[in-house]
Write a protein that binds this ligand. Sequence first.
Ligand code: MRU
Length: 317
Amino acid sequence: MRTIDWIDEAIVLVDQTRLPGDLTYLRITTVAELIDAIKRLAVRGAPALGVAGALGVALAARTGEPIGPLREARPTAVNLAWGVDQAAAAPDPLARALRIRDEDIAACLAMGVLGADLLAGHGATRVMTVCNTGGLAAVERGTALGVIQTMHERGTLREALALETRPLLQGARLTAWELARMGAPHRLIVDSAGPFLLARGAADAVLIGADRIAANGDTANKIGSYALALGARRAGVPFLVIAPETTIDLATPGGDVITIEDRGPAEVLSIGGVRLAPEGAGALNPAFDVTPADLITAIVTDRRVIRLDRGETPDHA
Ligand code: MRU
């Protein structure tokens, strides 16, 4: 199953707002529809957004719509703007977009191998993860969850603990669905249980994906990642970022200048569309946080392992 693809002159993508109940696809023929799908998180996850951005430029070449609003549909994942820019600069945007799609599939496979090898070296069999970084966040397999899949295929995964990931529950809705489909042993935990369960020795490593990695290694990822990194450091557990080279943004020197998407109060005041908080309550809703490089053990890309714990950084590895 591919999460996003180009079929018969249209972008076809899994509608992730309908999972885990229904596996349905959206057929997208205009840039305006694609922007709407990105903003609603029907398609989401940094690598998938890179492919969506590139394929969107191919659509724009057919419809004549502007690509500026597509580039800015979500600000934190560098892959979206990168995918748009790559396709826009190419003589044949569709050919470039299809190559980005194919390179993403290969990159996810490569990260799975490098990440699972690194964890095998630590004797790690129980892992904790946040958000959804699986095939649904890419074209196939994904990043951190792709490593977990590779561990499962090798028979070295004892358990994956997945944070539910409020407010939009990507962990509970999407990661649990993917782990069940692959037949991997897993349990869900509430987000606030993560650091405490690490303190109690419930996992041997934490694996997260990334939306943007700065030149110094600071990493923006789903809100909750920073708390897990603090918990991992205190517990003495390796904290690994798994992301393709395309998520490294050397133009951003450090995490303090990464734009963090604010998704507004409604998602926090309700769950699944059911209002929980009293009328008049306000809410803050940062969709991502930034984990400082000094809390990250290593970044695993499709080409290398950057050992931040040994002083390496993405720009000096
Ligand atoms: O808001 P989302 O669901 O797009 O957030 C996704 C994440 O934070 C992922 O961890 C990240 O994009 C890496 S996906 C392989």
